[in-house]
Design a protein around this ligand. Structure first.
Ligand code: UDX
Ligand code: ADP
Length: 466
């Protein structure tokens, strides 16, 4: 029986291992983590992350061939294949601060493997890491090997949150990079055999280590740079027309208040850090994304007579995209901070994000979110002008404006007539994700701003803030 151990029970490790366990009944999969609350949650009825379909998969396999444990050393020492999906935060201090990845957790995981291993291991790099991490890890392991043979593989994840289970069950491709030596090829084959239990052979691509690492960064940077918006033109028309070209395709052309999530910005920063020559281009992609968010805030403030001071603004959606409770790098953080800077009072509703999380995100500095201290349940000093409610109608009551920041499907089905009646007039809707039918809302009396769409005639006369 092949034994797999995954270090890191997060958004990547948890769902990926659950699907491997589901599809490979003859493989024993143990997910380990140093965080006791996280492992307890994985072993409970209330999993630590929200992902459609995940509960069912875990229920089927947990206790059969899928286990969650804090006994990191034991399971690492027993495993044949070790996946590493620990945090790789962006450095907040020292050389490369704000750009380079902090590999402290990766390095300590590698050193721990070297300490406890008693037999040959295949070590699989799964978390988002800068190119050449595998080589660094290989050095740590081989210099501490005590005669043990280590093979390092890069198997970047391409799952997107909110559709992780589907992406894992039916991936466009699985990429496995390894050394071009006989031992390296043997390790690639061992991992390939795992995926081949449910992924068609032609979708499993094998490459060298470096190509696999770079492919992940390049793919995400490419996707991220596609998301930008235009003014004056109707963005859905433009993206429909561009997307019709089969060489480009229709995906990832939706305008939004900006992209978020734990990967895009980090991957681009990693790319910036390794290739100075083109760094300017990629930095611009992040700058445009930041500009998108401040432009949205400016639009809200300028529309509401140049001030939101003391006004209640309802925020619909806080997660970085629909169908996830993940808030890492969500554009909602920057938008809310911008509005709070103008002294607005916010009432926030998201179907999957808790008050604790929102308060924490709004009091945190940039890049701090990925440092483990924030995984611990500390009670943050709450921001008084922010209230978090579990009902969208309550969030909107007596509000002057309403901002939609995540494209949750339920926002399309709300009773906007009821919402309009309960709001102050003029009642503004700022749709950062193009989820509502602007024309219908205008008929109800709302003044509507939709990202990347022609301006509401009412707003045309309002001077935009610089
Ligand atoms: C991304 C990659 O897609 C995935 O392959 C990789 O493994 C991890 O990083 P994820 O961050 O989960 O996945 O979500 P994704 O669907 O890529 O969306 C990222 C951000 O872009 C979200 O904030 C989303 O709302 C935004 N987005 C996406 C748009 O604004 N417009 C689009 O058309 C698509
Ligand atoms: P991702 O989105 O990449 O999965 P997460 O932050 O959700 O990232 O998960 C990373 C997990 O890795 C966290 O739960 C953290 O506790 C865990 N972790 C970090 N370092 C170690 C380590 N040395 N050993 C075990 N688990 C670790």
């Amino acid at each position: 029986m092949v034994k797999i151990c995954c270090i890191g029970a997060g958004y990547v490790g948890g769902p990926t291992m659950a699907v491997i366990a589901l599809k490979c009944p003859s493989v024993e999969v143990v997910v380990v983590d140093i965080s006791v609350p996280r492992i307890n949650a994985w072993n409970s009825d209330h999993l630590p992350i929200y992902e459609p379909g995940l509960d069912e998969v875990v229920q089927q396999c947990r206790g059969r061939n899928l286990f969650f444990s804090t006994n990191v050393e034991k399971h690492v020492s027993e495993a044949d294949i070790i996946f590493v999906s620990v945090n790789t935060p962006t450095k907040t201090r020292g050389l490369g601060a704000g750009k380079a990845a902090d590999l402290t957790y990766w390095e300590s995981a590698a050193r721990m493997i070297a300490d406890v291993a008693k037999s040959d291991k295949i070590v699989v790099e799964k978390s988002t890491v800068p190119v050449k991490t595998a080589e660094a890890i290989e050095k740590i392991l081989t210099h501490n090997s005590k005669g043990i043979n280590y093979q390092i593989l890069s198997n970047p994840e391409f799952l997107a949150e909110g559709t992780a289970i589907q992406d894992l069950l039916n991936p466009d491709r699985v990429l496995i990079g390894g050394r071009e030596t006989p031992d390296g090829q043997k390790a690639i084959k061992a991992l390939k055999d795992v995926y081949a239990q449910w992924v068609p052979e032609e979708r499993i691509i094998t490459t060298n280590l470096w190509s696999a690492e770079l492919s992940k960064l390049a793919a995400n940077a490419f996707l991220a740079q596609r998301i930008s918006s235009a003014t004056g033109a109707d963005v859905s028309e433009v993206s429909y027309a561009i997307g019709k070209d089969s060489r480009i395709g229709p995906k990832f052309l939706n305008a939004s208040v900006g992209f978020g999530g734990s990967c895009f910005q980090k991957d681009i920063l990693n790319l910036v850090y390794i290739c100075d020559e083109v760094a300017c281009y990629w930095k611009q992609v992040i700058k445009v994304n930041d500009y998108q968010k401040s432009r949205f805030v400016n639009r809200v403030v300028s529309s509401m007579f140049n001030t939101v001071s003391g006004k209640k603004i309802a925020i619909f959606g806080f997660a970085f995209k629909k169908d996830t409770g993940d808030t890492r790098e969500t554009p909602a953080i920057d938008v809310c901070k911008g509005l709070l800077g103008d002294k607005a009072s916010l009432s926030i509703y998201d179907p999957q994000v808790t008050e604790d999380q929102i308060q924490r995100d709004l009091s945190m500095g940039k890049f701090d979110w990925d440092h483990p201290i924030h995984l611990q349940p500390v009670s943050p000093t709450s921001i008084k002008q922010v209230s978090v409610v579990w009902d969208p109608y309550q969030a909107a009551r007596d509000a002057h404006g309403l901002c939609i920041l995540t494209e949750w499907d339920e926002f399309k089905r709300l009773d906007y007539e009821k919402i309009y009646e309960s709001m102050r007039k003029p009642a503004f809707v700022f749709d950062g994700r193009n989820v509502v039918d602007a024309e219908k809302l205008r008929e109800l009396g709302f003044i509507v701003y939709s990202i990347g769409k022609p301006l509401d005639p009412w707003l045309k006369d309002m001077p935009a803030l610089a």
